[in-house]
Write a protein that binds this ligand. Structure first.
Ligand code: AP5
Length: 193
C-alpha cells in the first residue's frame, strides 16, 4: 500500500488536488470533510452531532472521526493505497492513524503540505461559499475560526510528521496545474526510492 496525507489549511486546495491525484495514482480518496457532509445529508445520528461542530468552524470530536475513518478503511481494504485529505487534524488523530496503519502492516509514505497565505484562503472560501451550499464557507467569522482551530489544533500534526521525516511543504499558490505538477514531482521521488 502507498498512503499519502495531503495537509494544509482550509481552502488550500486539498480537495481540488486530491481529485486529480487519485486519478493519476489509483489511490482511494479519504476526505473526512466529505464523509461528514455525507452523514449530514443522510441525517444520521453521527451527521446530526457533527453538524453542530462544523457550522461553528470547530473540529468534530476525535473519537467520532477516528471511528469513521476506521470503518471506511475496513470497507476499502482492497485499495492500492489511501490519500488522506483533511485527516489527521489533531495529534491524537495522527497517533490513531499510525496505529491503524501499523495493524494493517502499512504506513504513511509522505505528508505533502500546501502553503497558502491567509488572505488568499479567505478569498477562495468566500468565493466558493457563493455556490457550494457549505454553511461554513459563507460567514467570514466562521472561516477565521477555522483558521484559528487549524493553527491551534492542526499545526502540531506537522511536527508529528516532521519528527518522522515524512513532511514536505509545497507552494499552494499558482494555477491548479502548476501545484499538481509540484505535488506529483514530490510523490514520484518517493515512489522511485
Ligand atoms: P473539510 O471539508 O476538511 O474542509 P477544510 O479543511 O476546511 O478544507 P476545504 O474543503 O475548505 O478546503 P480544501 O483545502 O479542500 O480546498 P479546496 O480544494 O476545496 O472540513 C470541514 C469541517 O469538517 C471542519 O471545519 C471540521 O468541522 C470537520 N472535519 C473535517 N475533517 C475533520 C477531522 N479530521 N477532525 C475533526 N473535524 C473534521 O479549494 C477551496 C476553493 O479554492 C475551491 O473553490 C477551489 O476551486 C479553489 N481553489 C483550489 N485551488 C486553487 C488555486 N490554485 N487557485 C485558486 N483557487 C483555487
Amino acid at each position: 500500500m502507498f498512503n499519502l496525507i495531503l495537509f494544509g489549511p482550509p481552502g488550500s486546495g486539498k480537495g481540488t488536488q486530491s481529485d486529480k491525484l487519485v486519478d493519476k495514482y489509483g489511490l482511494k480518496h479519504l476526505s473526512t470533510g466529505n464523509l461528514l457532509r455525507q452523514e449530514i445529508a443522510d441525517k444520521t445520528p453521527l451527521g446530526i452531532e457533527a453538524k453542530s461542530f462544523m457550522d461553528k468552524g470547530q473540529l468534530v470530536p476525535d473519537e467520532v472521526v477516528i471511528g469513521m475513518v476506521d470503518s471506511y478503511f475496513d470497507q476499502h481494504i482492497e485499495a492500492r493505497g489511501f490519500l488522506f485529505d483533511g485527516f489527521p487534524r489533531t495529534v491524537a488523530q495522527a497517533v490513531a492513524l499510525d496505529k491503524l496503519l501499523e495493524l494493517k502492516k502499512t504506513s504513511i509514505a509522505a505528508v505533502l503540505a500546501l502553503e497558502v497565505g491567509e488572505e488568499e484562503l479567505v478569498k477562495r472560501l468566500l468565493n466558493r461559499g457563493k455556490t457550494s451550499g457549505r454553511s461554513d464557507d459563507t460567514n467570514e467569522e466562521v472561516i477565521r475560526k477555522r483558521f484559528a482551530v487549524y493553527s491551534n489544533e492542526t499545526t502540531p500534526v506537522a511536527e508529528h510528521y516532521k519528527k518522522a521525516k515524512k513532511f514536505k511543504s509545497i507552494k499552494g499558490e499558482g494555477t491548479v496545474g502548476q501545484i499538481f505538477d509540484a505535488i506529483c514531482e514530490a510523490i514520484d521521488k518517493k515512489i522511485e526510492r
